[in-house]
Design a protein around this ligand. Structure first.
Ligand code: BF8
Ligand code: SF4
Length: 630
């Protein structure tokens, strides 16, 4: 293994503590302090039994007061809260997808946004029954973008991308009444159902949660992924680095944070511009380093190899280095804390979207039409800020790991073909991967996704689970902040193959891959859904029969709940390390962990003990293998 060694959570924490010392010197607040002020959390909120959807309340359920003023019981209140949570997540993901469709609609051969993967565009057009022969690629892009935008509000019919699923899943959905209609309709219907005096029946609320989630996963998120690929290129394996050590004290540091690649792609483009690099040198820096936080980081890492400064609970750390000239954000998962925190340093906190406005930020309204000009303005502003750095506050932890990222479905199919050298067609097939699984070389796969949450020691669950899974010959596909946790630890370094069981190690060697494959941002969990659909079709099995499970051990956001719903909705058992505020209703807990299986052949397991969680996943994978006789 040479000098390769994983970075431990203890080392992450030591680096963070050193940064918090700088923070204390300048009077900065930090999430570690705010968690203390918020603990213990409200018990009613924790159990999901507080209702404030009408002005007769708020109503809280206790043994003495088992019903709200309208008569709603704990099960109805918990169920409505759960559906609202899902709707918030589906709306956020899908609106991100919608923005990408608008960007595609504005693409032009001489504009800021071009079509970088015309083949993928043509493939989707054919899938959607659109004539492509002899058509100008930009005309086709605009036609497909408009069709995609109509998926959000079409009055009739269901989502186009669901035709990628095996017939069995479609039949199941029809029977259960969860086939997703227009994306906005599912969100809207969810909010209608949770209005005062509508649904309070757990079964109905769970059903619509699944349907709303499926509208996200097989609708809005899938549009986000597919059309980002068309615009910015379908990811291929690429080398990068991860953790705070990717920031460079000699350079102007720009950190991109958020989710929508329309902004970050442009910032990266201009940061690479020789004119801008010369400008950075003119202000005394040696160059410009762009690094990322959260999913925007995943997007630019997958396509450009831009290094990853960190994940969700590390966002304040980038400012605490004292070496961040600008943190540029678009939407989602951005701490409002960055406003006051950046004021303690020289950092410019630049917000760019009308969707995410925050106090104490500099707002540079970014639109597709003004993208080039605004991106240039942002890079220049960061360079101009270099001189305001306070050298006595600068400390960048010397901590980073190498990572190979960029495993889109297309890339996975291609690299795994190297294992068996079977024939591939245009998109390729998942047969080589299936052979590895059926032969037992690989026991199965886990999709590890989601956030950090202070309720779990940050990154511990991700890293410990991954270590044990790969040691048991279970390959991991990861996205979002889970993927960044893996990269920071070193699990996306190809040398991590030595931590695997003999079977997975062999696959890593033959295919030249790390044991944890970076599949992208959270909208890219749609890539995982297409992968399982392909595996099911290629094997003739049902999705629910595949030895594959999902896991979000440190999740925190509404988006994660929407994802959870579409992952189980697609037939994949999902393991959560944080309870989705349903412990206050035995009926809701029963529905989500058991009864929902009758609708979609999969359910949630909630387990806060990491050891038990990983063992439960391994057991489930082995049960599934035994059931199909492999
Ligand atoms: O969409 S994993 S903290 S960054 S919500 Fe957010 Fe969670 Fe990170 Fe990406 Ni996903
Ligand atoms: Fe209370 Fe019912 Fe109003 Fe909810 S809807 S706040 S339970 S009265």
């Amino acid at each position: 293994m040479g000098d390769f060694k994983l970075t431990t959570v203890e080392e992450f924490e030591a680096a963070t503590n050193r940064l918090l010392e700088t923070g204390a010197k300048v009077g900065a607040d930090a999430w570690q302090l705010r968690v203390k002020n918020q603990t213990p959390h409200c018990k009613f909120g924790e159990q999901g039994i507080c209702c404030r959807i009408c002005a007769m309340g708020p109503c809280r359920i206790t043994p003495k007061a088992p019903r709200g003023i309208c008569g709603c019981d704990a099960h109805g209140i918990v169920g409505r809260n759960y559906l609202k949570f899902t709707a918030g997540g589906a709306a956020a993901h899908s609106d991100h997808g919608r923005e990408i469709c608008h960007t595609l609609y504005a693409s032009a051969p001489d504009g800021a946004y071009k079509v970088k993967d015309p083949e993928k565009l043509i493939r989707i057009a054919k899938e959607w029954g659109v004539e492509t022969e002899g058509k100008d690629i930009y005309d086709l892009a605009h036609e497909i973008a408009e069709m995609a935008l109509l998926e959000y509000g079409k009055p009739f019919g269901t989502q186009r991308f669901i035709n990628r699923l095996p017939q069995h899943t479609l039949d199941l959905w029809e029977k259960a009444g969860v086939t997703p209609r227009a994306i906005d309709r599912e969100v809207s219907c969810a909010l209608h159902m949770t209005h005062m005096g509508c649904s309070s029946l757990p079964e109905a609320l769970v059903r619509q949660s699944i349907r709303t989630g499926l509208g996200d996963g097989w609708g809005g998120s899938m549009c986000g992924t597919e059309f980002s690929d068309v615009l910015f290129g379908t990811p291929k394996p690429i080398e990068t680095e991860a953790n705070l050590g990717v920031m460079n004290a000699d350079n102007v540091n720009i950190v991109v944070h958020g989710h929508d690649p329309s902004l970050s792609e442009m910032v990266c483009e201009y940061a690479d511009d020789p004119e801008m690099i010369a400008y950075a040198k003119s202000v005394g820096a040696k160059g410009i380093t762009v690094s990322g936080v959260c999913c925007t980081s995943n997007e630019v890492a997958m396509r450009r190899g831009v290094p990853m400064a960190g994940n969700f609970l590390q966002q304040e750390n980038v400012v605490l280095t004292g070496a961040c000239e600008a943190i540029v954000v678009d939407v989602q998962c951005i701490f409002p804390a960055l406003g006051p925190l950046s004021k303690c340093f020289h950092t410019k906190f630049i917000t760019t979207s009308a969707i995410a406005r925050m106090p104490e930020s500099e707002y540079i309204h970014f639109t597709v039409g003004t993208a080039a000009e605004k991106a240039k303005q942002i890079v220049k502003l960061a360079c101009d800020n270099f001189k305001n750095r306070k050298p006595e506050l600068v400390h960048i932890p010397d901590m980073k790991q190498k990572a190979t990222v960029g495993y889109s479905l297309e890339a996975i199919v291609k690299v795994l073909d190297g294992v068996t050298n079977s024939q591939v067609d245009v998109l390729g097939t998942t047969k080589p991967l299936l052979e590895c699984v059926t032969s037992g070389v690989l026991r199965g796969a886990v999709a590890m996704v989601g956030c950090n949450n202070p309720k779990i020691r940050p990154d511990t669950a991700h890293i410990e689970l991954m270590k044990k899974l790969i040691a048991n010959d279970i390959i991991i596909v990861a996205s979002g902040c889970a993927a960044q946790a893996a990269a920071k630890a070193g699990l996306m370094d190809k040398r991590a193959k030595d931590l695997c069981g003999a079977g997975l190690k062999r696959v890593c060697e033959l295919a030249d891959i790390p044991p944890v494959l970076h599949m992208g941002s959270c909208v890219d969990i749609s890539r995982m859904m297409v992968l399982v659909a392909e595996l099911a079709k290629d094997s003739g099995l049902k999705i629910s029969q595949l030895p594959v499970v999902g896991c979000a051990p440190e999740w925190m956001s509404e988006k994660a709940v929407s994802i959870g719903n579409y992952v189980i909705g697609t037939g994949i058992d999902t393991f959560l390390g944080v309870d989705p505020y349903v412990s206050g209703s035995s009926e809701m807990a029963q529905w989500l962990t058991n009864d929902v299986r009758d609708m979609v052949e999969a359910a949630f397991t909630v387990e806060t003990d990491i050891e038990k969680l990983v063992d439960a996943m391994i057991d489930r994978i082995e049960e599934k293998r035994a059931a199909i006789g492999i």
